[in-house]
Write a protein that binds this ligand. Structure first.
Ligand code: NAP
Length: 276
């Protein structure tokens, strides 16, 4: 992997933009409008999922934008209920049809789904989808560290997309990713908006003339091999969240933000994995 502040190169011909745009809870016209604004604002990585119900709007926004499809890194996620091999194949096809694309760049399993199919079956089918050219890379989401290591043993995965922000560290997952050469995708990177009025983050922001949200996103981009996918449905915030490439946090500021961890998990549904 070759890493810069803006991209992570995971193959000779595949770069992941480190700032992505999240689309959870954006539906219908709101999803379309937000993705159009995001592409205009410079985002080149869009995160959607079968479960978000917005693949068609996301795809239409990409098609209608002035940005070439080849410049946009598109991620979608398989619903856990689609983890059986035949459903992996069939529903990836449905996602591509809804998105209006012949391939996505990254296909993730949204949550562990061994109650539906053995992990090996799901990951083997996802690898076949990759080999067929329908996605350029595969990965997992919401996998704790031990399960993540198993996934690396079973298939050529590149990332684990998990909740990560200043109030929730994920050290065991980062250790596995580092050992196996994968990258972390930080979801809910703004702690669903909670970072915005945090005293320490605002104080650091004042020193750089930026907001607490911008400080948080910059912190993630200065960490090793980390991608951040903030969501906003507000045009000014979509734009300001992308203005994180013209200031730099000091080592001391990085450490202060790391010190804000309090195990504050926002997304922990019934039936979800046990976290380490
Ligand atoms: N794999 C998974 O299971 C999983 C789970 C959750 C999320 N995700 C992905 O990660 C993305 C981001 O996570 P998220 O949507 O949960 O949370 P987030 O990006 O941390 O925060 C989004 C919230 O913060 C607000 N916000 C955005 N920018 C702001 C700013 N500059 N100042 C103040 N508030 C701001 C937004 O409000 P407005 O919209 O009103 O601006 C929204 O309420 C999702 O959209 C999705 O793509 C994946």
């Amino acid at each position: 992997m070759t890493i810069s502040t803006t991209t992570i190169q995971i193959a000779d011909d595949l770069e992941v933009p480190r700032l992505g745009f999240g689309t959870f809870q954006l539906t219908d016209q709101d999803a379309y409008d937000a993705v159009r604004v995001a592409l205009d604002a410079g985002y080149r990585h869009i995160d959607t999922a079968q479960g978000y119900g917005n693949e068609a709007q996301v795809g239409q926004a990409i098609a209608d934008s002035d940005v070439d499809r080849g410049e946009v890194f598109v991620t979608t996620k398989l619903k856990p209920s689609n983890a059986a091999a035949s459903d992996v194949h069939t529903t990836t096809g449905h996602s591509l049809k809804d998105l209006g694309l012949d391939h996505v760049d990254l296909l993730l399993l949204h949550w562990p789904a061994e109650h539906v199919a053995p992990l090996e079956e799901t990951l083997t089918a996802m690898t076949e989808v990759k080999d067929a050219g329908k996605t350029r890379a595969i990965g997992v989401s919401n996998f704790p560290s031990v399960m993540l290591a198993r996934a690396f043993d079973l298939a050529p995965i590149v990332t684990d997309q998990v909740e990560h922000h200043p109030f929730l560290a994920v050290d065991p997952i980062e250790t596995v990713l580092h050992e196996r050469g994968g990258f972390l995708t930080a979801y809910s990177p703004l702690a669903q908006g909670e970072v915005a009025d945090h005293d320490t983050l605002m104080e650091i922001g004042e020193a750089h003339g930026v907001s607490a949200a911008q400080v948080t996103l910059r912190w993630l981009l200065q960490k090793p091999a980390t991608v951040a996918i903030p969501k906003s449905g507000t045009p000014e915030r979509i734009r300001s969240n992308a203005e994180v490439f013209d200031f730099e946090l000091t080592d001391d500021e990085m450490a202060r933000i790391r010190g804000l961890d309090r195990g504050h998990r926002l997304i922990d549904p019934d039936g979800g994995p046990a976290w380490d």
